[in-house]
Design a protein around this ligand. Structure first.
Ligand SMILES: NC(=O)c1ccc[n+]([C@@H]2O[C@H](COP(=O)([O-])OP(=O)(O)OC[C@H]3O[C@@H](n4cnc5c(N)ncnc54)[C@H](O)[C@@H]3O)[C@@H](O)[C@H]2O)c1
Length: 338
């Protein structure tokens, strides 16, 4: 009963984008189990261990033997991932990339309706910890972190890939945002990071523990119909900075990836999203859109010891789109000799 509103929202999205939810492409299947990422062979890798201080975590000597052995950048690390809804989810791209670097994974799903999609994906990466958690419910969050603490000695990586706004709020004018729609979007998409980080911190006892969330350029600049989600992402990015400040003395890093547009269940709820996809690919310096695995590979960097002194940071993985102020049309380009 208590998940009825969330289920109703998910069912609306499933009805609207069946191609995404039900007929999702399976091209990413099989990525897990591929040889280690080329970076792994030359990585700076700290063997896992407990009780490190913030300073010693950052200065931990690098094991030169590990560089040659081709060990994974995340061997011995455990990651708890919030936000897999299906095999198009950015969280699933991150999960596969972390698993390919040796991380042990644990998953949550938002509502019972998603369990049958998330369990098979978790099985593909050898994960047995799969728990339901509606991030709007403190008792769900308490239960998940308590169960995780019973199941694993420590938490090394927390991935927050969760966002939601009512479809009505993702079209038209931001000026027309309802109070209820504003509160819902900010609660699910922003406060959840704070609520998770607070519960995760006591479990983060190993070397270089960190929290990673996902944002979008709509936090910094305006995009049609992104509306309240842009404001939520701005608050999320500010939360990354404040959490980095609060948790840094305990050696915990907090970062975000600002991903370019990718077609997923959540993004399909934004009116005219296909237009944003085309527009971004045409104007990004690299003239293309990003993929799930681009985001996953960037996550490996931020979640590994390679980024041991990076915190409070927003890393753009958007083919460079965010640096473009204006782009000439085809006719103007010809006139300007470009
Ligand atoms: N797809 C893009 O273009 C894009 C770009 C930049 C950032 N992002 C961000 O990436 C993150 C993941 O989104 P995605 O695009 O992979 O879509 P997605 O729909 O696959 O993931 C969104 C997730 O949020 C979860 N969620 C929603 N309400 C919840 C609740 N109450 N409790 C628990 N979980 C809940 C959903 O179940 C889903 O797993 C979001 O923060 C999104 O804003 C997406």
């Amino acid at each position: 009963m208590r998940h009825e509103p969330l289920l109703a929202r998910l069912e609306t999205l499933q009805a609207a984008v069946p191609g995404v939810v039900d007929g999702a492409a399976t091209w990413l299947h099989g990525r897990v189990g591929v040889p280690r990422h080329p970076l792994a062979a030359g990585c700076w890798y700290n063997a896992p261990g407990g009780g490190a201080t913030a300073a010693s975590r950052s200065e931990a000597p690098l094991d030169p033997g590990a560089r040659e052995s081709g060990m994974g950048l995340l061997d011995g690390r455990t990651a708890l991932i919030f936000g897999v809804a299906n095999d198009r989810s950015l969280a699933w791209g991150i999960a596969q990339a972390l698993a390919a670097q040796g991380a042990t994974l644990a998953f949550t799903y938002a509502a019972d309706a998603l369990e049958r999609r998330v369990r098979p994906l978790a099985a593909q990466v050898g994960a047995s910890f799969v728990e339901r958690c509606d991030v709007q419910r403190d008792d769900d969050l308490d239960a998940v972190f308590a169960r995780f603490g019973e199941a694993y000695p420590q938490l090394d990586v927390l991935v927050h890939a969760v966002a939601f706004a009512e479809r009505d709020e993702l079209q038209g004018r931001y000026a027309d945002t309802s109070r209820q729609g504003f509160q819902l979007a900010l609660d699910v998409s922003v406060y959840s990071l704070v609520a998770m980080a607070r519960r995760a911190a006591p479990l983060m006892r190993g070397p270089n523990p960190n929290v990673l969330t996902l944002t979008y350029d709509g936090a910094q600049r305006t995009y049609p119909n992104y509306n309240v989600m842009g404001v939520a992402k701005a608050a999320l990015e500010a939360s990354v900075r404040y959490l980095a400040r609060d948790l840094g003395p305990d050696g915990i890093r907090v970062n975000a990836i600002s991903a370019g547009p990718v077609r997923t269940l959540a993004s399909s709820g934004i009116r005219g999203f296909h237009w944003i996809l085309d527009y971004s690919a045409e104007r990004a310096p690299l003239r293309r859109n990003v993929t799930q695995s681009d985001v996953g590979d960037a996550a490996v960097y931020l979640c590994s010891d390679l980024a041991r002194n990076v915190t409070g940071h927003v890393l753009y993985v958007d083919a460079g789109y965010h640096v473009v102020g204006a782009e000439l049309g085809a006719a103007e380009r010809e006139g300007a000799g470009q």
